[in-house]
Write a protein that binds this ligand. Structure first.
Ligand SMILES: [Zn+2]
Length: 54
């Protein structure tokens, strides 16, 4: 689950999959960082912790 706070310009990713060893990624701050994070985090997380291809 991707959580984006546009007012405070930050984002984090929370994973609710059972057995996940990294339930929270981030948060990151700043519009450029948030944009990059939002674009990449789901694929990165799934690839890194759930063995899924991007
Ligand atoms: Zn996960």
């Amino acid at each position: 689950m991707l959580v984006i706070d546009t007012e405070n310009v930050r984002a984090r990713y929370e994973c609710y999959r059972p057995g996940c060893s990294q339930r929270r990624e981030g948060p990151v701050f700043g519009s450029a960082s948030v944009q990059a994070f939002v674009a990449e985090i789901k694929g990165q997380h799934l690839a890194a912790y759930h063995g899924e291809k991007r």
